[in-house]
Design a protein around this ligand. Structure first.
Ligand code: F6R
Length: 268
């Protein structure tokens, strides 16, 4: 895994934004995997800024979000569809018909959503770059600890910790969903490249387990050790528990010089 430790959350968003822009410049019709959550907010702000100020275009891009709550209508401000429109899609030139979330319309069978979502991803040619965050419990998407490492898009029950972590976003009298439909771990692993952003000290333990811990369903993010092309962007507090921090910093410097000399590279 390529581990890049940056001085603060803003630098994480800026570097993430550059990577996305780089991809869109080379492949304007890229298929992007997207995430919601607090960590992604500054990345979306950066990308909107690049769109408005530097003409970065999403016109030909397609997107698939990792997850969506079950039992929350698309027009509910708490839905991930609303989040994506509000924080990102409404401010760029993406064609909203090409933006997808694993949503289940009211009255429809949620069991059917997963296989259709998988098919839609395949029909689009697969995800080029999957952007994501990390749960404090090591989840990716809503693949909670003990999720099958070969899972596909399906309904998941959120853990009490995830509900507690996200309760800050719901007012006391508001319905907080306990179920979601999420891309599976195998779905995520099919992406051509993965960009994971984690910031803040409450992510430090999960970051250590993901990068340096054993491969285990109890830390779903540890599966990323098996992916060929993962870039992890961390701020200092999120990187605080890493044992090999010096090596990652050293590797980053080496990579920068390789990039200057040969225009490459990724150190996985
Ligand atoms: C959201 C998602 C989650 C979040 C994770 C981190 O679409 O898939 O895995 O990325 O829970 O959330 P924040 O950034 O709010 O800490």
């Amino acid at each position: 895994m390529e581990i890049i430790i940056l001085k603060n959350a803003e630098s994480v968003a800026a570097t993430g934004g550059e990577l996305v822009a780089e991809l869109l410049r080379v492949r304007p019709d890229a298929v992007l995997g997207l995430a919601t959550g607090s960590t992604q907010l500054s990345l979306y702000r950066r990308l909107v800024k690049q769109h408005l100020e530097s003409g970065l275009s999403f016109k030909h891009a397609t997107s698939f979000n990792l997850d969506e709550y079950l039992g929350v209508a698309a027009d509910n401000p708490q839905s991930y569809r609303s989040y994506m429109n509000r924080e990102f899609f409404d401010h760029i030139d993406i064609n909203k018909n090409n933006t997808f979330l694993p949503a289940c319309e009211d009255g429809k069978n949620p069991i059917l959503v997963g296989p259709r979502y998988e098919q839609a991803i395949l029909d689009a040619g697969g995800i080029d770059l999957q952007i994501m965050g990390l749960g404090a419990n090591g989840h990716i998407g809503f693949n909670e600890p003990s999720s099958s490492l070969s899972s596909r898009t399906r309904v998941k029950t959120l853990t009490k910790q995830t509900l507690k972590d996200n309760s800050r976003l719901f007012s006391e009298d508001e319905f907080q969903p306990t179920l979601a439909i999420t891309m599976g771990i195998a779905t995520i692993m099919d992406a051509g490249r993965i960009l994971l952003l984690a910031t803040g000290e409450n992510k430090a333990a999960a970051v250590s387990k993901m990068v340096e811990g054993p491969l285990s369903a109890m830390c779903p993010a540890s599966i990323l050790q098996l992916h060929e092309r993962v870039t992890v962007l961390l701020d200092e507090p999120a990187a605080a528990g890493l044992r090999n921090k010096d090596y990652y910093n050293w590797t980053y410097l080496q990579n920068e010089s390789l990039k200057d000399r040969f225009g490459i590279i990724h150190d996985g």
